[in-house]
Design a protein around this ligand. Sequence first.
Ligand SMILES: [Zn+2]
Length: 262
Amino acid sequence: MARRAPLTVLLVSMMLACGLSGCLGDEALDLLPEKKGIPGGLTLACLQSSMYTSMVIEIDHEPGYRPFTSSTDMLIDRLEQVCDKPSGISIKYAEVSFDHEGTWSAQDVRDKGWATKDHSPRDGTTLYWQVLFPAGTYETDSVLGVAVDASTVALFSDSIDEADGPFGRPSVEDVENSVLVHEVGHLLGLVNLVYQSPVDHEDDEHPGHSNNEESVMYWAVESADLSNFIFGELPNEFDADDLADLAGLADGSIAIRDQLWS
Ligand SMILES: [Zn+2]
């Protein structure tokens, strides 16, 4: 609240100065609390380096909920594959208590996420994306992870722990690896969240997801119904269509919308 007081004073001053005609144009709106955007709203900020030359993934986990190192290592690999960050992509861990009662909604993830962010998503020349690993489950308990705005995702480890297959295939670690890449894939705008792919690879019944079960963006990856995968490997890579979409967005050959920065 302390940060809001000067803004209120400023807005009141402007309203007095402008009279009843109102003068809250775009410039004034920029003074309002930072826009959170939609998943994919910071896609270009990741894919390109003209403004943001480095990237940090802030992992905020409750005690006992730190992700497997294999998950964060894989995430860095996948991001380095597509994002132009000459000064590097790194992970920053913080152990936090979210003090949340009951199940989680998307709004809960947004509120608790922004309350714990160490940085604005765009700070100097660094892009900050955040992954929450809270205790507890999503309001729909088959959901293993969610992307809630342009810089914030959450993984529900209590549900992931239950989502391994019979005989441990895929294992809990496999599931976490894939769900982490999947949710961050939504921050990259996959599939069709902030653009229209020239290739028809979005699943008809699951908007925002791939119809290719060999893509990490396949719709079933974030759901506890992973039985599709018991006879095979859980996908943890972007497929050729995902990569072609990201390359097209990066070079401007595919139009992009809803960007917080471009
Ligand atoms: Zn998804």
